[in-house]
Structures are given as structure tokens and as C-alpha cells.
Design a binder for this molecule. Structure first.
Ligand code: FES
Length: 109
């Protein structure tokens, strides 16, 4: 049972060790959370989450990397700010991550 402050949050990784086994540093991996495919990126010891499909031409961001604070789409190299998802007058949906007791949670909208 989640504590009150974790209601509406979805468990993604049970520990940092599990996260590091599942994701290569600075390379996106994806997981299905509820009915959405989400890309996760572990970068500078922090976990980020955003929608899987690039807002440019709806291609997968799986395998994308972060360069200078921007996630770079592998298809046409459009850059989107890792924090806000903004770039090229487009918006990549980002999702909040919470870490509690070494567990990582995502909040979907
Ligand atoms: S599909 Fe991502 S930049 Fe074109």
C-alpha cells in the first residue's frame, strides 16, 4: 500500500541498483506504465522520463542520448530540453519522477 504522498505515482524501479541494471547511462530505455510507453533516461545520477514518440514525426526516442541538457532525437537530431521538453517550437511531454527510499516513481497525466 502506498503512503498518501505516493498516491497517483507509479513504481518504475525498486532500487538504484535495478535502475542501473535496466538502463545504460545516458541512453534511453522504455517501459510501459499503465497504457503509455515511456522513455527513461539516467543522466548525471538523475532519472528523467518523457513520452516515447518524438513530436517531430512520431518516431521512437528509444536509444536517444542527452547532450548539453537536451535529449537529441536519433532521426533528425532535433533537440528537446530534458527538463521542459521544449525545442523546435514543439513540445515533448515530460513526466515528474520522485525518488523515495531508493525507489523511483513516475506521475502520469
Ligand atoms: S522524428 Fe525526431 S527529430 Fe524527426
Amino acid at each position: 500500500m502506498y503512503a498518501d504522498n505516493l498516491q497517483n505515482w507509479n513504481l518504475v524501479f525498486n532500487s538504484t541498483a535495478e535502475l542501473k541494471k535496466s538502463l545504460i547511462e545516458n541512453k534511453t530505455g522504455k517501459r510501459q506504465i499503465q497504457d503509455k510507453w515511456i522513455c527513461f533516461l539516467f543522466y548525471n545520477e538523475k532519472l528523467y522520463a518523457f513520452e516515447e514518440m518524438c513530436p517531430h514525426q512520431q518516431k521512437s526516442l528509444l536509444g536517444a542520448q542527452c547532450i548539453n541538457g537536451d535529449i537529441v532525437c536519433p532521426f533528425h537530431q532535433y533537440k528537446f530540453n530534458l527538463q521542459t521538453g521544449c525545442g523546435h517550437d514543439l513540445s515533448l511531454q515530460t513526466y515528474p519522477i520522485k525518488k523515495e527510499s531508493d525507489r523511483y516513481y513516475i506521475q502520469l497525466f
